[in-house]
Design a protein around this ligand. Structure first.
Ligand code: GTP
Ligand code: MG
Length: 191
């Protein structure tokens, strides 16, 4: 896989008008979005990760095989960027999700250890409302035993009202879930 960093965008008016399909990674701050991009790319240094929440404040575009973009988005739920903005999401995230004409699918990341937060549920509703297909990724599976993973996946699925089979269970730490995500991306971009 040839993957190259294209650019970081800090304001809504600078978002790219791309000529390839895009898939984006969304989730609360610190859930593991940048780590998942690095897992897909097999390169730990591609997208900047950090144990400090709110690390990615930009929209980062990565071009894969001159064929499609992976887009790393700012996390939500951390020091809401600008309290004067009425929207739940910061303007950059909101603009990206509503204005990206080539966006095929959003991978919504949830930490497998926790039930979805109110904000996670709002994001699901928001994506449904905007007719953006969602694929759910459960992150940090290495933090739980197999039995606990299964148990938590059931609870999270019930909370969201979706089938458990819809989840892609991942661990960036243990390199788990990479092939399943890539297969899903290939499927989404060819639709
Ligand atoms: N154990 C474990 N830790 C992980 C995993 N994925 C991410 N982390 C850790 O979680 C922290 C946050 O990961 P990031 O990938 O930076 O999270 P993010 O969602 O991009 O965060 P923001 O950019 O702040 O929104 C880092 O310390 C990662 O090393 C995983 O699968 N297992
Ligand atoms: Mg990040």
């Amino acid at each position: 896989m040839a993957i190259e960093f294209i650019t970081s965008v800090a304001s809504a008016d600078k978002l790219l008008q791309t000529s390839y399909p895009e898939v984006a990674f969304v989730g609360r701050s610190n859930v593991g979005k940048s780590s998942i991009i690095n897992l897909i790319a097999d390169n730990k240094k591609l997208a900047k990760t950090s144990s400090t929440p709110g690390r990615t404040r930009l929209v980062n575009y990565f071009l894969v095989n001159n064929n499609y973009y992976l887009v790393d988005l700012p996390g939500y739920g951390y020091a809401r960027a600008n309290k004067s903005i009425k929207s739940t999401w910061d303007k950059l995230l909101d603009s990206y999700l509503t204005k990206s004409k080539n966006l095929k699918c959003v991978y919504l990341l949830l930490d497998i250890r926790h039930l979805p937060s109110q904000l996670d549920k709002q994001m699901v509703e928001y994506l449904y409302y905007n007719n953006i297909p969602i694929v759910f990724i459960l992150t940090k599976a290495d933090k739980l035993s197999k039995a606990q993973q299964n148990n938590n996946a059931t609870k999270i699925a019930n909370e969201l009202g979706i089938p458990k089979a819809n989840f892609i269970i991942t661990s960036a730490e243990k390199k788990l879930g990479k092939d399943q995500i890539i297969a899903d991306i290939i499927n989404k971009i060819s639709q």
